[in-house]
Design a protein around this ligand. Structure first.
Ligand SMILES: Nc1nc2c(c(=O)[nH]1)N[C@H]1C(S)=C(S)[C@@H](COP(=O)(O)OP(=O)(O)OC[C@H]3O[C@@H](n4cnc5c(=O)[nH]c(N)nc54)[C@H](O)[C@@H]3O)O[C@H]1N2
Ligand SMILES: Nc1nc2c(c(=O)[nH]1)N[C@H]1C(S)=C(S)[C@@H](COP(=O)(O)OP(=O)(O)OC[C@H]3O[C@@H](n4cnc5c(=O)[nH]c(N)nc54)[C@H](O)[C@@H]3O)O[C@H]1N2
Ligand code: SF4
Ligand SMILES: [Mo]
Length: 891
């Protein structure tokens, strides 16, 4: 236990990224909690990023689903008892099974479920309903890493530990924006760079915040990572970089892999040509890798989310196997997992091509799991992977679907087609934390309120195979239940009560641990049988622990230094990647649309979107484009542009970015129909996918970019949620005391005036209209004289900055004189526009930082000393440094 911790603090784990930071949550009397980093958790040693630090702002009940809901006929959802909801689910599954067979049933799960929930869903589906159509959003996330690991190691094993990042002399980040997506781990890498001169190489087509702290940046052409790592293998062979002893003792396939690589990219010149990189940069990267024994290669979605993602993974693994740099301190390939329990989902076999406990669908494995579960209807072959599963739903072949912990109407590729498919189901069950999101808007028949973070009780596994407890520290709302409980209740109704008789998460965990050791004998990497006899009390106090943990001993932080792979001959395989043309634009769609994440939002924003702090960094859906691509299209900074593909369109704010390669666009994935009018990027993304892993290529969809006429721009502030006029462009964000909308469109001030009067009532509005000048401003005040509504619209560039007013929603009574000032676009208290937020941890805005720089704070440390900006998680440091450079640049 942490000696320094508040005695009332509960030790738990962050619900966001796969770093898996330990937290201390101290509940307050008002249903909230103070959140701090857990100083003794080995993933973070007390550090937190902006998202983790803001968790306290996201646990309120305003948006929570707190009672089961059901649809009667074609009518709307209405509240029902749990018994009625569970009966309906069980009846629907039973009749689907009877009429259409098990293949007509599917489960779509999530790396945000606890291991115990995941285990229960997988057992019910694969063992008792007899369907292997169980897939998860991890298909969109980690599937290529899983497939690459299995091809090379014979098992889905991440061989290293976070400690290796502290001990490395070279860290290569491939397709990873760790500064924004794994911030605490990235600070650890940056600390190694500061302490021991560790070099950081960043391989990413666009220049990211991660690149700002790199020693070498390789702006690789989309989809050509396999060429780069094939080139590296050739270079290692040609310069004496191969570890012949390791290769001879523990691997197979080097000669074939090398021959294929040579044909593909015979030398550095050819590698540079294939990857679009400068020859000198390629040469430097290769030389650094060859010279540096302690090298770690971290990779994430730029590798996995690719039509050739599995080959990319294996091209990387080939280089580590050929150099024997695996499983030793400071060395190894390192797949960075996305979600808090992406790893746990793999452990329980949450993917359609896996069985529980890292087993597959070979007949002996199917039989082993069947016997362990005493399963009456064991699925005998692989089910449909996510994209194929939703296609089968669209064709009417899958009739019943249970979605749990994911928002597929936003996050799957071709998301409009996904929406249409959901409408065809006979039974659509949705287990959710929130009342409204885009998937909940697709007319589910039954909606089940699931325990949310803070209430959930179980385990998750992070990127370094470390199992940590998620412990509850808040009271569950009365109508809310854990996901495992709902699954077990349905199983009982179907007559499987004996196999689902768990009364607490510890019961499930023990079963899961026992299965991992069942007839294992060292043949499977995932073995936590040492935990199979854990008492309830020991489960409660379980310390973060890495697998493997076999009952007979043999726990280890690293694997494969001495071979011992999980192939039949215990040797690793070097794999020959298939040759493939890199993605390219098409005549009618000349751009390549790349998609990904921003620093302060998590996925579809159901939680981070509740935090004013986290929402102030980037306030609207945007598209990043090279200024030289934007200019010929007549697009200036802040304009709106239509991005369209064969599958859909979105209207996004233009951000000129010289770090964006020509001919490519980048758009974040976070905005949905729930928080923006035209921001759903998933609707644009094609469903091209890797032939081996089935993972979609979300990083390179052919697209067009064109100006979107929106002469009027402005904002709305309101205490309560409201719906902007149909057809207008808007993006909503939370602000203290209410909501703000960025608005735009072709409609002038008269439309907005009519709308505002309709919303608030003309009598209640203080108005300023200059309709000929295109300006309309209005404000309303409550009976206490506090601002309750404001709307400002006018020609682009002529609207007051909304930052000045947004604090007033949560502020005090506004006097008469100040009301007139508000209509002039300024707040009375003399608040000056503060500009966008840079440091989310301490709420420091751009203008304050610029002022401090002008006042003499000429480096990041001085800015930190003056304003605290950048002194907590550090993920704003690249932005702070850029601002320093910009501010100090001679005019
Ligand atoms: N702030 C924040 N953090 C998160 C999340 C979040 O939603 N928000 N989500 C979590 C989850 S689930 C995941 S999976 C991770 C994802 O973490 P990351 O993989 O780091 O994030 P992405 O932004 O999806 O993509 C990473 C980079 O891949 C690059 N890329 C695109 N194509 C290529 C290519 O062909 N080659 C190379 N080398 N690079 C390419 C993109 O330009 C992008 O900068 O983040 C986790 N952490
Ligand atoms: N274009 C494009 N698309 C992508 C990606 C990309 O880079 N580009 N990335 C992909 C990746 S890597 C990922 S991981 C996905 C993420 O995409 P999603 O999984 O769709 O995104 P989330 O917003 O995390 O959705 C989680 C939902 O589950 C609910 N929830 C959270 N915890 C629980 C729980 O314990 N139980 C239940 N029942 N519900 C819960 C939340 O309220 C939320 O609605 O997006 C994928 N889609
Ligand atoms: S890095 Fe941030 S989001 Fe990821 S686990 Fe840690 S605190 Fe949570
Ligand atoms: Mo992910």
């Amino acid at each position: 236990m942490n000696a320094l911790a508040d005695p009332g603090a509960v030790r738990t784990t962050c619900p966001y990224c796969g770093v898996g930071c330990g937290l201390l949550a101290t509940p307050d009397a008002a249903g909230g909690a103070a959140i701090a980093g857990d100083a003794v958790h080995p993933a973070n040693f007390g550090r937190l990023c902006s998202k983790g630090a803001a968790l306290g702002e996201t646990i309120g009940h305003e948006t929570r689903l707190i009672e089961p809901m059901m649809r009667h006929g074609e009518g709307p959802l209405g509240p029902v008892s749990w018994d009625a909801a569970l009966d309906r689910v069980a009846d629907g599954l039973r009749s689907t099974l009877a009429r259409h067979g098990p293949e007509a049933i599917a489960f779509y799960l999530s790396g945000q479920l606890l291991t115990e929930d995941y285990y229960a869903a997988n057992k019910l589906a694969k063992g008792f309903l007899g369907t292997a159509n169980v897939d998860t959003n991890s298909r969109l996330c980690m599937a290529s890493s899983v497939a690459g690991h299995k091809r090379a190691f014979g098992s889905d094993t991440v061989p290293g530990s976070y400690e290796d990042l502290d001990a490395a002399d070279l860290i290569v980040l491939v397709g990873s924006n760790a500064a924004w997506c794994h911030p605490v781990l990235f600070r650890r890498m940056a600390a190694a760079r500061a302490a021991r001169g560790t070099r950081i190489v960043v391989i990413d087509p666009r220049r990211t915040a991660t690149a700002d702290e790199a020693d070498l940046v390789l702006p690789i052409a989309h989809g050509t990572d396999t060429d780069l790592f094939c080139g590296l293998l050739v270079h290692l062979a040609d310069t004496g970089g191969i570890d012949a002893a390791y290769v001879a003792a523990h691997t197979q396939g080097l000669d074939a892999a090398l021959a294929a690589a040579r044909t593909r990219v015979p030398d550095i010149t050819a590698t540079a040509r294939a990857t679009g990189l400068a020859e000198a940069d390629v040469a430097r990267f290769f030389a650094w890798f060859r010279e540096t024994a302690r090298s770690v290669t971290c990779y994430s979605q730029g590798v996995n989310q690719s039509a050739h993602g599995t080959d990319k993974v294996n091209a990387i693994l080939n280089c580590h196997l050929a150099t024997g740099r695996i499983g030793r301190p400071g060395m190894g390939p390192f797949s960075l997992t996305g979600q808090p329990n992406a790893m746990g989902g793999r452990e329980v076999g949450g993917l359609a091509n896996q069985l529980a406990a890292h087993m597959g669908f070979s007949p002996p494995e199917v039989d082993r799991v069947r016997r362990f579960w005493d399963a009456p209807a064991m699925a005998a072959s692989e089910g449909l992977k996510a994209v194929d599963m939703f296609a089968a739903i669209g064709r009417g072949e899958i009739k019943a679907l249970w979605v749990m912990g994911t928002n597929p109407a936003v996050s799957l590729p071709r998301a409009d087609a996904v929406r249409a498919a959901l409408g065809r189901l006979d039974l659509f069950v949705l287990s959710e934390n929130v009342r409204t999101n885009d998937t909940a808007a697709c007319a589910p028949h039954v909606v089940l309120p699931a325990a949310a973070w803070g209430e959930k009780d179980g385990t998750v596994t992070n990127s370094e195979r470390r199992i940590s407890r998620m412990r509850p520290f808040l009271d569950r709302p009365a109508g809310v239940r854990p996901d495992w409980w709902a699954l077990a209740q349905v199983a009982r109704r179907l007559g499987f009560g004996a196999a689902f008789a768990w009364t607490r998460p510890a019961d499930i965990f023990r079963e899961h641990a026992a299965l991992s050791g069942f007839e294992n004998g060292g043949t499977r990497d995932f073995d936590i049988s040492a935990l199979a006899g854990l008492s309830d009390a020991a489960y409660e106090t379980l310390e973060p622990v890495q697998w493997p943990l076999p009952a007979g001993g043999g726990a280890t932080a690293r694997l494969f230094a001495e071979g011992g792979f999980f192939t039949p001959d215990r040797r690793a395989r070097l794999v020959v990647p298939a040759t493939a043309a890199p993605p390219a634009g098409e005549a009618e769609h000349p751009f390549l649309l790349n998609t990904g994440r921003i620093r302060d939002q998590w996925h579809t924003m159901t939680r981070t979107g509740l935090s004013p702090r986290l929402s102030a960094h980037l306030t609207a859906p945007f598209v990043a484009v090279h200024p030289d691509d934007a200019a010929p299209l007549g697009l200036a900074e802040g304009d709106l542009a239509t991005v369209a593909t064969r599958h859909g369109r979105a209207v996004l704010e233009v951000r000129g970015d010289a770090g964006q390669p020509r001919g490519t666009l980048f758009a974040p994935i976070h905005w949905s129909a729930a928080n923006a009018s035209h921001g759903r990027v998933g609707a644009l993304v094609h469903d091209a996918r890797d032939p081996i892993s089935g993972q979609p290529d979300s990083k390179a969809t052919p697209a067009t970019l064109a100006a979107y006429a929106a002469p009027y721009r402005g904002f709305i502030l309101a205490r309560t949620a409201l719906a902007p006029p149909p057809g207008s462009w808007w993006a909503r964000l939370p602000v203290a005391g209410g909501h703000a909308w960025r608005i735009a469109g072709g409609d002038g001030p008269d439309l907005w005036r009519d709308w505002a009067r309709g919303q608030v009532g003309a009598a209640a509005l203080a108005e300023f209209s200059d309709l000929s000048g295109g300006q309309y401003r209005a404000a309303a005040f409550d009976t206490n004289g506090r601002l309750s509504f404001a709307l400002m619209i006018g020609p682009k560039g002529a609207v007051p900055a909304w930052d000045a007013l947004k604090d007033l929603l949560a502020g005090d009574r506004v006097g008469e004189a100040d009301r007139r000032l508000i209509l002039s676009g300024r707040s009375g208290a003399g608040t000056m526009p503060s500009g966008p937020l840079v440091c989310a941890c301490f709420g420091v805005a751009r203008d304050a930082i610029a002022a401090a720089i002008r006042a003499g704070a000429h480096d990041a440390a001085a800015v930190g000393a003056a304003l605290k900006a950048g002194t907590n998680c550090g993920s704003c440091l690249p932005e702070v440094r850029a601002l320093i450079a910009e501010t100090l640049q001679p005019a």
